[in-house]
Ligand binder design. Structure first.
Ligand SMILES: NC(=O)c1ccc[n+]([C@@H]2O[C@H](COP(=O)([O-])OP(=O)(O)OC[C@H]3O[C@@H](n4cnc5c(N)ncnc54)[C@H](O)[C@@H]3O)[C@@H](O)[C@H]2O)c1
Length: 289
């Protein structure tokens, strides 16, 4: 199978990231099928794509005709059998290793072509372990996108213990063909970007813990001193990712070492049920804004 815009491309899971991946490929001229268990999520996802594309029309970046063409290139279904003729499958379902392994075992049985690539968009799980659920681990690799996918240029291409060179090379080609910049890394907790992000955020947490500066000033320092678009606390709040922060840190701590241990004050914020900006409270309090 040669990588081109004519391949049979399937994304499984149309939640916040899966649908964003689908939108990004369709914007780049790929025809793409999305497979999602929940019909309501499909409707919500397509409404979100429509809204995003309408914004681009409003800004004059694409025409109404372009928008219609992008939408036409997206085929959504709840029928798992739609993976049968896949050349490339990108999995974007729940971040749970057993759920993902179960899906990869089903993909192994259902995807007809031996040359098909079976890719996972996992952010923190082991690609090698997910691949072990198949009889073709050499065809499995990670293709880790960043949200919102149509905007974020980076793709981490993750080489599992059994991924073949050909598989890794094809994922790199696919990422380039959709206008992204790929970086290749080994299967290792947090890959490259999440490992750096969590270490950076944890150092911010320690600065607050030691009373060196407030969380607000850490954010301002990161924005104005380092040129980051958002400080670490603002970022987790904006992503409503406060509850995810300890989960990723815990797995980084287990795999890499105690430097990823979370300070007590952060554990307490998490135990208090703060989730992020949408709910009014995360690392910062937005209820008085
Ligand atoms: N949130 C991020 O910024 C980010 C970035 C990159 C990668 N990821 C990874 O992407 C994956 C998806 O994350 P998300 O935030 O979109 O999750 P989500 O919970 O929003 O979406 C998961 C979707 O998968 C669907 N699903 C579950 N099992 C399914 C199955 N067997 N078949 C078809 N659909 C199924 C669910 O109905 C749901 O809509 C995770 O592995 C996550 O780690 C997340």
């Amino acid at each position: 199978m040669e990588i081109s815009k004519d391949i049979q491309l399937k994304v499984i899971g149309a939640g916040s990231v899966g649908m964003s991946i689908i939108e990004a490929f369709a914007q780049q001229g790929f025809t793409i099928s999305g497979i999602e268990v929940n019909e309501e999520i499909i409707q919500r996802g397509m409404a979100r794509v429509d809204k995003n594309l309408s914004k681009l029309v409003k800004k004059g970046k694409i025409s109404d005709t372009d928008k219609e063409a992008v939408i036409k290139r997206i085929r959504m279904t709840t029928d798992f059998e739609a993976v049968k003729d896949a050349d490339v499958v990108i999995e974007a379902i729940f971040e749970d290793v057993d759920v993902k392994k179960d899906l990869f075992a089903r993909l192994d049985k259902t995807v007809a072509s031996d040359a098909a690539l079976l890719l996972t968009n996992t952010s923190s799980l082991s690609v090698s372990e997910i691949a072990s659920a198949t009889k073709r681990p050499e065809m499995v690799a990670g293709m880790h996108f960043f949200n919102p996918v149509p905007v974020m240029k980076l793709v981490e291409v993750v080489r599992g213990a059994e991924s073949s060179e050909d598989t890794v090379g094809k994922v790199v080609e696919l990422a380039k063909l959709m206008g992204k910049v790929p970086i290749v890394c080994k299967d290792s907790a947090g890959f490259v970007v999440n490992r750096m992000l969590h270490m950076f955020a944890l150092e911010g947490c320690r600065i607050v813990e030691e009373g060196v500066a407030s969380a607000k000033d850490v954010d301002t320092g990161a924005r104005l001193g380092l040129g980051h678009p958002m400080g670490p606390f603002e970022l987790f709040d904006a992503l409503d990712g406060v509850q995810l922060f300890p989960k990723v840190c815990n797995s980084l701590e287990q795999e890499i070492g105690s430097r990823f241990k979370i300070p007590i004050w952060v554990r307490n914020i998490i135990r208090a049920g703060r989730t992020g900006r949408s709910s009014g409270k995360g690392f910062h309090d937005y209820t008085k804004e």
